[in-house]
Design a protein around this ligand. Structure first.
Ligand code: UDP
Length: 472
């Protein structure tokens, strides 16, 4: 094998984010980080997924826009170019199939259409495009790297679950392969471990894409998950780079407000800020279930009443189409605010009034909470979120579980919500300790993202590895 010497100058990295907010947002941050650190980066995406931004992109970052297949071919409602914009989760399978229709165009671009830049030096694909792993291998002898959006902890636990199949033999068990004991039940594992899932074949393809990739890029940092990334790399024989928190690349105030936002769907950033400015330091709980999480109406009432009972101020993000907060909340006036639409999460989390984050534990939200130094109340709903909760509550000890439930386990009651919020926000020993640990992690996150920090070095290593990747 000869070293790819020409590419060594500045590699041309092609980034193709999966079309769901929880993947697209960190991959766009990552693209910006790579371009700022010296790589040439081309992001291939569809028109509706190009980010709104006010600050200029680095000159070495460019977007290549391709049309999303039209509704007559996909059967999807017009304008749905992102999982987030689907009217129902049931369309996720058809959306995944629709995205496969992009294959011809992407293949053409990779082979002939990315001039004036040199041919791609690597392909970094979002996990919803697992077929890109084999496409790149067939048409271009370049490294294929995957971005899954998982923590190193989840990557490691998933690797060993696939290998040991512990969950097929027991309902309650300790996660295999971890350096310490973490107990979980089968029902709380990500759905791709569910053999009866309707979209089983999709998960099988995704797994194939994961296995075929040459390396994995993770939005995390060494000090947050010591050992996990290295253990995962050793177990799989793949290169793993931890380059986060990637959200810390967002330094421009306006961009922080626009991040992840589509068209006019955002809440009024100034209004949110003014509301927070009027609150005491550390007195507000921010409540969000990510880009897609929605609670049932009855559960919405319990959450709302629990927030009121806790006595703390709160800012609650309610997704479009989700049940409205309980009418009783209208009387809360000053203390609580429900914001409907896309919230400026990074701005809110970094505001001095913030004291806690009630989160569904999507990995981006967890890393963003860590970077902001706020302790968490954890309320996972599915996917990798129960595993993330384990990391936050049991390993890092910067959060308290509210007790997220599967449907058959009943509602989370208002008293439980109020109790968990008080434990995190209260000024007793438990709350103080959690706040201290959260601030410590935020300091480590900031240092990790410096040029000489663990993530800064890992990012530089990623660019170097791609530039020097041996050509077959
Ligand atoms: N987000 C946001 N405003 C919202 C909802 C979500 O800015 O109103 C961002 C959030 O900051 C995070 C991403 O969307 O970067 C959600 O990703 P996460 O992994 O937390 O959850 P998912 O949406 O994938 O379940």
């Amino acid at each position: 094998m000869a070293e790819n010497r020409e590419a060594r100058i500045a590699p041309h990295m092609v980034v193709i984010p999966w079309l769901a907010q929880g993947h697209l947002i960190p991959m766009l941050d990552l693209a910006r980080l790579l371009a700022t650190a010296g790589a040439n980066v081309t992001v291939i995406t569809t028109a509706a997924n190009v980010p709104l931004s006010t600050s200029p992109c680095p000159a070495s970052l460019r977007f290549c826009v391709i049309p999303f297949p039209c509704p007559s071919l996909t059967g999807l409602p017009p304008g749905c170019e992102n999982i987030d914009s689907l009217p129902t989760h049931r369309l996720a399978g058809p959306f995944y199939s629709a995205a496969k229709l992009l294959r011809g165009r992407i293949e053409h671009l990779l082979l002939h259409g990315l001039s004036p830049l040199r041919p791609p030096s690597c392909l970094l694909f979002g996990i919803g495009f697992p077929w890109l792993a084999s496409l790149a291998r067939d048409v271009l002898p370049i490294p294929r790297l995957v971005f899954h959006g998982f923590s190193s902890f989840t990557h490691l636990a998933s690797h060993y679950l696939h290998a040991c199949k512990t969950h097929e033999r027991a309902y309650n068990f300790f996660l295999p392969g971890l350096p310490h004991k973490v107990e979980i039940t089968r029902s709380k594992l990500p759905v791709f471990f569910d053999k009866a899932s309707e979209v089983r074949s999709v998960y099988e393809e995704i797994r194939e894409g994961e296995v075929a990739a040459d390396g994995v890029v993770v939005n995390s940092f060494e000090e947050l998950e010591p050992k996990y990334a290295a253990m995962f790399a050793e177990a799989t024989g793949k290169k793993v780079w931890t380059v986060g928190p990637v959200s810390m690349c967002q330094r421009e105030k306006l961009d922080v407000g626009l991040r992840g936002r589509k068209g006019s769907s955002g809440v009024d950033v100034d209004r949110c800020k003014r509301w927070l400015d009027d609150r005491e330091i550390g007195s507000v709980v921010y409540v969000s279930f990510g880009s897609m999480g929605r609670l049932e109406p009855e559960q919405t009432v319990e959450l709302g009443m629990g927030l009121v009972m806790s006595g703390w101020a709160f800012m609650w993000v309610v997704r479009e189409g989700a049940p409205p907060p309980p009418v009783e909340l209208e009387g809360v006036g000053e203390r609580g605010i429900a914001v409907r639409g896309w919230s400026p999460q990074l701005m809110v989390l970094s505001h001095a009034a913030l004291g806690g984050f009630l989160t569904h534990c999507g990995w981006n939200s967890v890393v963003e909470g860590v970077a902001a130094g706020v302790p968490m109340v954890t309320w996972p709903l599915g996917a990798d979120q129960y595993l993330n909760e384990k990391l936050v509550v049991e390993v890092l000890k910067v959060g308290v579980e509210v007790g997220g439930r599967k449907e058959d386990e009943g509602l989370v009651r208002r008293e439980e919500v109020a109790r968990a919020v008080e434990r995190v926000m209260g000024r007793g020993e438990e709350g103080n300790e959690m706040r201290r640990r959260a601030k410590e992690l935020a300091d480590k996150a900031r240092r990790a993202m410096e040029r000489s920090g663990s993530s800064g070095l890992s990012l530089a290593q990623l660019i170097h590895d791609v530039a020097c990747w041996p050509v077959a």
